[in-house]
Design a protein around this ligand. Sequence first.
Ligand SMILES: [Zn+2]
Length: 391
Amino acid sequence: MRIKVAKVFTETQVLENACVTFSQQIEDIAAYSSSGQSATKDEGYSDLPILDYSDYWLIPGLIDTHAHGAMGCDVMDASHHSLNTMSEYFASIGVTGFLPTTMTADKADICAALQQIHLSKVQGVEGAEILGGYLEGPFFNPVYKGAQPEEHFLDINRTDLDDFLQAAQGSLSSIALAPEQALALSLIPYLKQQGLRVMLGHTDATYEQTLAALDAGADGVVHCFNGMRGMHHREPGVVGAALSCPHCYTELIADGQHVHPAIMKLCYQLKGAEYLNLITDSVPSSGLADGDYFLGSVPINIKQGVARTAEGGLAGSTLQLLHAVRDACSWFDIDLQTALKMASLTPATLLGIDDKYGSIKTGKQACFTVIDPQFNVQATWVNGQQVYQKK
Ligand SMILES: [Zn+2]
């Protein structure tokens, strides 16, 4: 296939009046002349069908590394239908890959969810691709529990970890933990050996404890500022460690509610687009109207799109990742190319899959989406297959 667009946001530049040739992978990216012919390389491609999106923009498929649910479906449902519904919804809003993220719950329920993520990853879903699972909890600190039910919190230990790893059957990408737990530091190297990304969250760790965890191999922090010890000028805390360590990946729920835009801008200025990772932390009611719902087993209420627990605490978001990218442009005073990177190439790099995913580049998987200049998604492709078309 060939797709003709007004602008394509490639890994290195924004190309105007461009034509992208692809099968499962991206084969060629070139400018085209007014006659519709590729100006640089047309031989061999001229008989391919052309999808004409000449008034639209082609952007890399977004990667959401922290998503609990959408459209009334929850990762904790442990059902293929739920994961598939999430996948289709995400494709319709410009996301081409995601990490289904578990909540703290009874151990058997977490294992069932991890097992289903593996099965659905192998079977395949019909929209955004499942890139792996994200175990968020139960190894957390009650002081910063957020919406995670503390009655199911566990102290990290090898036996429970191995049970989770076994349930996931190699499909687990990331794990979140509180590094101040007694065995956390000694188990981080083990988790790294298993190929996992280790993220620090729902934690009251000190600055020193956080540095020690990063030294032990932890990769970054979960939703920075939310569910963690904040930054004090004499005790920099988890936040101070995350922002001052150059190679610490930093998740940000960029909905303007969880963290003030001025603080998010500071995070960007300190981390740069290479280490700031925009996420949604999406709750099951994402994509639905305001009302009463559940996040795992926790009742939440959505009012004007903002999710809160009965105690009034924020409980994930209903944010669309593409809107976070759009708003980051004005909040951080950056161009769209840079904002896109924080929701595509940066998460792909964190997950170690940037050789195949995360940008529009010859040789990478054909995962991209067509938007209009108002950020409305028109169509989405995952690995060369069209999975969404706006009606
Ligand atoms: Zn969380």
